[in-house]
Design a protein. Structure first.
Length: 245
């Protein structure tokens, strides 16, 4: 699974780094990453001189991460809930991983890991087929197995709501202020085989029994053109740890 994540999941653009550092308003020297996976986002920050502590509970993911990151990255095998407050960071961030964390005490725990005025960032977003006709063909192919393959909002925020999760939670948190939501639009192309490979890393498919996974991937593969265009927009949420807390 770690190799599939590394091979098929898109990385993150330099524009995102610029957005985070512009919001911070000063150089970001240290960062704590939550749920680092194979290090797609780790590289975005570490290659630009940030000293990243990458936490990830899955040992295979961390092993894959270590193959690809610079030497200024420290790796810790731990879930977010097991990270003990000690060093405080300029930045704490999660790349398509925050929904795996326990909502109970999430923001007080996050605040304890940040310097006063430090930045929290969450970013990610679904990969969708850009061609409506292809998207409809794939929807019909997966229908016997899945109604939808997207992760529902963890707090039930409807998709048409102006502020999406986790911004909705951050607005209610006593620990954070200056909540902002931004979108970086991206269009990418990939082969049909790689798109099916990407789907093999998506949680909606991972929870299916293996025989059903094989069937749904085969059916989707049959309706795809050789090359697909995907919309891989990144929604970023930024917030600042309050000084007075």
């Amino acid at each position: 699974m770690a190799e599939a994540y590394e091979r098929f999941r898109p990385g993150y653009p330099s524009e995102l780094f610029g957005m985070v550092t512009a919001y911070a308003g000063h150089p970001v020297r240290t960062a704590l990453e939550i749920g680092a996976g194979t290090g797609k986002a780790t590289r975005l920050f570490a290659q630009r001189g940030v000293r990243v502590t990458a936490t990830e509970p899955d040992g295979a993911m961390l092993a894959e991460l270590r193959k690809h990151v610079p030497t200024n990255v420290e790796t810790v095998q731990a879930a977010f809930e097991d990270v003990r407050p000690g060093e405080r960071y300029d930045l704490a961030y999660a790349a398509a991983a925050l929904h795996w964390t326990n909502p109970e005490g999430r923001w007080s725990r996050m605040a304890a890991l940040l310097e006063p005025g430090g930045v929290f960032a969450s970013f990610g977003g679904p990969v969708r087929l850009a061609d409506p006709a292809v998207e409809e063909a794939v929807r019909a192919a997966r229908a016997p197995f899945l109604e939808s393959d997207e992760v529902p909002s963890p707090d039930g925020t409807p998709p048409e709501h102006e502020m999406q999760w986790p911004g909705t939670e951050l607005l209610r948190s006593e620990w954070f202020t200056d909540v902002q939501q931004s979108v970086i639009e991206r269009r990418l192309t990939m082969s049909a085989r790689d798109y099916v490979g990407y789907l093999s890393t998506v949680s909606a498919y991972l929870v299916l029994p293996p025989p059903a996974q094989e069937q749904v991937f085969a059916q989707i593969g049959r309706v795809l053109p050789e090359v697909v265009e995907i919309a891989a927009d990144i929604t970023a949420h930024l917030a600042r740890r309050r000084y007075e807390q």
